[in-house]
Design a protein around this ligand. Sequence first.
Ligand code: MEV
Length: 355
Amino acid sequence: MAKKIRASVPAKVILFGEHFVVYGKRALATAINRRLAVAVSSREKAGYHVKIENIPTFGIELDLDRKKGDKKAYPYTDFGTATKAIAYVRESIEYLEQTYGIGSEGVELEIKSAIPLSAGLGSSAATCVATIAALKEYFGVSGDLDAIRDDAHSVEKKVQGAASPVDTAISTYGGYVSVENGKVTRLHLAELDLIVGCVGSIPLSICQDTKKASEMRLKTKKIVAEVKTRKETFTRIFDSILNASDEITVQAIRAMEHTDFVKLGALMNINHGLLDAIGVVPRRLSELVKMSQELGALGAKVTGAGGLDELGGVGSVVVLPGEPVERLKTAMEIAGALVMDVKTGDAGLRIETGF
Ligand code: MEV
């Protein structure tokens, strides 16, 4: 088979309702114009050869104090990029072999990504959707977008234990989706200009400890489990928080429909407060949000799973900027963030052949 297929998908930003969506409450998410692509072609040798390039990362920690001759170091890039992305690629291939009986001829997979890892921007779901879509197309497995989304969601759940359909839906369909009680609805809402800031670095103690390293790789799973414990400890309080979050998402969708950005920003700030209440806002993300609010942003919040201080506080914030944007971005960069201007509502899965 001498053909070449490329599947590309967008990153996601959860605007409202992360974590609470796991308990059936409404969430609103959007695709952003940062994409990941998987190219599939044939190779002579049997089996799969996977090449991962240029995944943006942040926060490198190195031990320069090691004894002479010991060249071993544990930069975040080595640890995060290879192991995490590979887990999702490997599981996607296994799933396709078992479910659709795809062949075992020689296949070359080349992954290129503009989505930072472990940042709450959907890199895992994007890897699953793009890998599955490219391989299905390559092996001529028929099926529509919904089937690709379901396949990718099954793989994501298998790797990380539990996952709502938010991330895989956004990677597949693009645009905006709301999710409630596991049901995905595609929405047509206006484009927004947002700023996303990612921070954190994985402490050496985690990189060097196999158990902790695997916890870090499955950061979302660990954080979701911690939230569950808090829910079980404070049942009635948590119920009120869940209901408040649901109402915030409803009002946010309305605010977007009426292009009421002041209200939208205020709702982001309230949502952030709820995320803080359930313990998913580490110090560095908290600082970024506070700083953005002080510098005139209309709204700012943690997005995605958030983070934990003991896991290096790695994660992202999303900011709806007021004016002036440049001052805010510079301040975020000085605070150590990888800062990205993003547009919402990017296109979903795109498949190209013969390039
Ligand atoms: C992860 O992107 C968002 C969470 O709500 C988990 C999920 O929805 O599966 C924290």
